[in-house]
Design a protein around this ligand. Structure first.
Ligand code: KG4
Ligand code: ZN
Length: 336
């Protein structure tokens, strides 16, 4: 089965072709970073318009990469949520139009399920069941994953998502957008011990998170003095230490609570090298294994949507024959 995947939930347009027998055949991405940089964050209206401009060229590019025509596609999967409503509608209408024209099914996919299953695209995929740590710009969740489509929420952030905390802290340090990678780069030059930041809920005995207090602690430090370049480096360092310590501690606690021995890390913050270092060290001590998607598949992409759509179809999912599509800007994964 050959599935086209379309991702347009936020500021990246992703198109890919996944073949259930041959694997990922083609994958193309356009990032809108340059478009939004001047505004310090994603402007939803501009994001939607840019997705429209990019989809046809990206589709042509993946067909050429895969060396196939549209007639070889068996289904078209698209991100139906969560995300920006207008941006999602661009991908949904494109996918449904294409599917209608080719008389193939159009399959709505949950963006987080795409992230969650993305490590299965790697050369050494994890076996089910596993615990997933989903850390993106909009979500921070620990899930128990029994099989494709069988997800149990173990804990989540009660306020800001981890990526959001990275982005907001980066903004406080005047690093601009996108904040997470910029903060991680600055933190490399930081020295430990100059600022003391909290580890919110690290001893809460449950698997929930809270990041807004950490961001507020950075705000308090920023307001206390005018920051030198070195201060910013040291604050970035301490913020990254605090955020990654909480994430790693809770992820290991989830493994202990479920008795599972495999941890899968997915979502944009999963690209953070310090988080990976910490998880690898903690996992080695606990005798468990950590699986990461390929670095380029950590952040938003079409490959994870094509893959997820294929898995859903293979598991017997059916598409709406009326093409009466809807998008869900808010959509709990447990309802997918
Ligand atoms: O999964 P993703 O691409 O989009 C969403 O579904 O939200 O995640 C984007 C988030 C942003 O908040 C971004 O700042 C963060 O992931 N991010 C990082 C890094 N790379 C991306 N955060 C920390 N360190 C990184 N290296
Ligand atoms: Zn995402």
């Amino acid at each position: 089965m050959r599935v086209l995947g379309i991702e347009s939930s936020c500021d990246e347009t992703g198109v890919a072709i996944y073949d259930s027998e041959r694997g990922l055949l083609a994958d193309a991405l356009h990032s809108q970073v340059d478009l939004h940089a001047a505004y310090g964050g994603v402007v939803p209206e501009l994001a939607s318009r840019d997705h429209i401009r990019r989809l046809v060229p990206l589709l042509r590019s993946v067909l050429a990469q895969a060396g196939c025509g549209m007639d070889s596609l068996d289904a078209c999967a698209y991100t139906a949520g969560p995300g920006l409503a207008g941006a999602l509608l661009v991908g949904a209408s494109f996918a449904c139009g294409l599917a209608l024209a080719r008389a193939i099914p159009a399959l709505p996919v949950h963006h987080l399920e795409g992230h969650l299953l993305s490590p299965l695209l790697s050369a050494q995929p994890p076996a089910f069941p596993f615990v997933a740590l989903l850390v993106s710009g909009g979500h921070t969740q620990l899930m128990r994953v029994e099989a494709v489509g069988r997800y149990e929420l173990l804990g989540e952030s009660l306020d800001d998502a981890a990526g959001e905390a990275f982005d907001k802290t980066a903004k406080l340090l005047e690093l601009g957008y996108p904040g997470g990678p910029a903060l991680a780069t600055l933190a490399r030059a930081g020295r430990p011990g100059r600022f003391k930041l909290p580890r919110p809920m690290i001893n809460s005995r449950d698997l929930d998170f809270s990041f807004s207090g950490l961001k507020t602690a950075v705000l308090t430090a920023v307001r206390a003095r005018s920051l030198t370049e070195e201060d910013k480096q040291d604050l970035a360092y301490e913020f990254q230490e605090a955020a990654t310590e909480v994430l790693a501690t809770k992820a290991l606690a989830a493994l202990a609570a479920t008795g599972l021995e495999r941890l899968v890390v997915a979502g944009g913050v999963g690209a953070n090298q310090r988080l990976r270092q910490r998880l690898d060290a903690d996992a080695a001590r606990a005798g468990v294994r950590v699986f990461y998607p390929e670095l380029r598949l950590c952040t938003d992409n079409g490959a994870m949507i094509a893959f997820c759509g294929a898995q859903r179809l293979l598991a017997g999912a059916s598409a709406d024959p009326r093409f009466a599509f809807a998008v869900r800007p808010r959509w709990p994964l447990a309802e997918a």
